[in-house]
Ligand binder design. Structure first.
Ligand SMILES: [Zn+2]
Ligand SMILES: [Zn+2]
Length: 292
C-alpha cells in the first residue's frame, strides 16, 4: 500500500500532459480574424513559441504575431487520435468526416474554423467521443466571432465544456482524473485501485475477459479495467466498445440507423455497474501516467 501511496503522490504532483488541439487567433490588426490550429501537450509553452518568446518552431505563424488562444479541445484517447482530429479541422475541404464540399482550401478565417469545429463535433466520427472544450475568451466574444455556427449551440450531450483563463484550464485538467467522484469513488482511492489492479493482473497471464486473447499490460492504450475498486474485469478496449455498443443497441439508446463507432456508456458484465466510456478512457490515461 505504501508503494501505491507514493506513486499516487507522484502523479498528483506531476502534471500529466494531455494532448490538446488548440485554436489561435491573431491579435495583429493587419491579420484580424486570421486563425491557426495546432496540437501540443504543453499549450502555454506552445503559445510562447508562436509569439516568439521562446526560440524554435512555429515559423508559419511568425508574420501574424501576436497570437492568443480562442479554445482548447482535449480528451482524445491517444496522441494519434488528437493528430487525426487536428488534421481534419485543418483540412475541411479534404476530410471524409464532414461535408467537405462546403469548404475551400486556404480559408483561415476564424469563423470558418469554428464552423468546421461545429461540423466535426456533430459528425458521426466524433459526436460520441468524450471530448472537452475549453473556451479562453468571453462567451459574448466567442458567439460574436463564430457568427451563425457556434460549436456550442448544439454540442453533443456527452461533451464537457468550460470557459476561463489558462489557470481555469489547468485546474480543470489537474482534476481530470477525479471529476469529483467517478461512480462514487474519490480520487485517492482510484489511484490506489488502479495501481493494485495492475499489480494483480501482472502476476497472472493477463487475458481479455471478453475474447480470451492476451493483454499486453504495458501497452496501456489497448485495454480497460472496470471502475469499481473490487471488480477485476479487464478487457481489450475494442472488445469492450463492441459489447457496450451491443448493449446500447438492444436498449435502443440510439435511434438512428447509423452504427456508432464508440459507446457512451455500458454495464460491466461482472459487477453490473454502469460505466461511462469517457470515465474509462480517463482512467486508462491515469493508469498510463501512473505506471509508464
Ligand atoms: Zn478482447
Ligand atoms: Zn466491474
Amino acid at each position: 500500500m505504501s508503494n501505491s501511496k507514493e506513486s499516487s503522490d507522484y502523479v498528483l504532483n506531476k502534471r500529466y500532459e494531455l494532448d490538446v488541439v488548440y485554436l489561435l487567433r491573431s491579435a495583429n490588426p493587419a491579420y484580424k480574424n486570421s486563425a491557426y490550429i495546432g496540437t501540443t501537450p504543453t499549450p502555454q509553452k506552445r503559445l510562447r513559441m508562436h509569439n516568439g518568446e521562446l526560440a524554435a518552431g512555429a515559423k508559419r505563424t511568425k508574420s501574424r504575431r501576436p497570437w492568443e488562444f480562442v479554445l482548447l479541445v482535449y480528451g482524445f484517447p491517444s496522441k494519434i487520435a488528437a493528430f487525426q482530429f487536428e488534421w481534419a479541422w485543418q483540412h475541411p475541404h479534404r476530410t471524409r468526416h464532414i461535408d467537405s464540399y462546403s469548404y475551400q482550401k486556404r480559408d483561415n478565417q476564424i469563423d470558418t474554423k469554428l464552423r468546421v469545429l461545429s461540423d466535426l463535433f456533430c459528425s458521426k466520427s466524433y459526436c460520441r467521443w468524450p471530448l472537452h472544450l475549453h473556451i479562453m475568451i468571453s462567451l459574448d466574444e466567442f458567439n460574436k466571432i463564430s457568427k451563425k455556427s457556434s460549436p456550442i449551440s448544439n454540442l453533443p450531450k456527452n461533451f464537457r465544456i468550460t470557459q476561463g483563463s489558462f489557470d481555469t484550464y489547468l485546474s480543470e485538467t489537474g482534476n481530470m482524473y477525479s471529476f469529483a467522484d467517478i461512480n462514487g469513488i474519490p480520487k485517492d482511492l482510484r489511484y490506489a485501485s488502479q495501481f493494485n489492479k495492475f499489480e494483480k493482473i501482472k502476476q497472472k497471464n493477463p487475458k481479455c475477459n471478453l475474447c480470451g486473447g492476451i493483454i499486453d499490460i504495458m501497452n496501456h492504450e489497448t485495454y480497460l479495467t472496470c471502475l469499481s475498486t473490487s471488480c477485476m474485469y479487464t478487457s481489450h478496449i475494442l472488445c469492450l466498445a463492441n459489447l457496450f455498443l451491443a448493449q446500447e443497441k438492444s436498449e435502443k439508446n440510439h435511434l438512428s440507423n447509423d452504427e456508432p463507432l464508440l459507446p457512451i456508456s455500458g454495464r460491466c458484465p461482472d459487477c453490473e455497474q454502469t460505466l461511462r466510456w469517457g470515465d474509462l478512457i480517463d482512467t486508462m490515461h491515469l493508469r498510463r501516467a501512473l505506471l509508464e
